[in-house]
Design a protein around this ligand. Structure first.
Ligand SMILES: [Zn+2]
Length: 159
């Protein structure tokens, strides 16, 4: 395999990214289902799992409650956050990604998202866009000055 092939097929850790996110399709579907259930408001939740050797392996989706009840913003309701952290401890997992939905806009971080990012530059954001006929899911690394697209691998469900 050539060096270029190795890059294209994916070194574990993409250059300039803390890790590469790997999301099983069943877990992604759970996040999309939650986003649809919360319409017309934004949904929010965590992808939980483990980061090892430059790969962020998502194991499960932990839904949170959007206390803003807004179609354009979210804030995690404290009791649901407490419950999510309780489950993380139970499973020995960490927050691998912050997930929320954009009911009527593209799955791109909003000004609000950038201003409200309390998770720092090492946790990617997954945004489920529901404006089109099919859900569009995009993942981003956010920092103070902006955002850039993250490298993601979606794994088909294991039989
Ligand atoms: Zn947003």
């Amino acid at each position: 395999m050539s060096e270029i092939d190795a890059r294209e097929t994916g070194d574990a850790q993409p250059p300039g990214e803390p890790f590469r996110l790997t999301i099983p399709s069943a877990v992604l579907d759970a996040a999309i289902a939650h986003a649809r259930a919360e319409l017309p408001n934004e949904s929010c939740g965590f992808f939980a799992g483990r980061v090892e050797n430059g790969i962020g392996n998502v194991v499960r989706y932990l839904p949170l409650v959007n206390e803003r009840q807004s179609p354009t913003a979210f804030a995690t309701e404290p009791r649901s956050l407490f419950e999510a952290y309780r489950r993380l401890r139970e499973f020995y997992e960490a927050v691998v990604s912050v997930v929320h939905s954009h009911p009527t806009s593209p799955p791109v971080p909003s000004r609000y998202d950038l201003d409200e990012n309390t998770y720092g530059p090492n946790i990617p954001w997954v945004i489920v866009g529901l404006a089109g006929s099919e859900p569009a899911v995009r993942t981003w690394w956010l920092n103070e000055s902006g955002f850039r697209k993250a490298t993601v691998q979606s794994e088909p469900e294991r039989q």
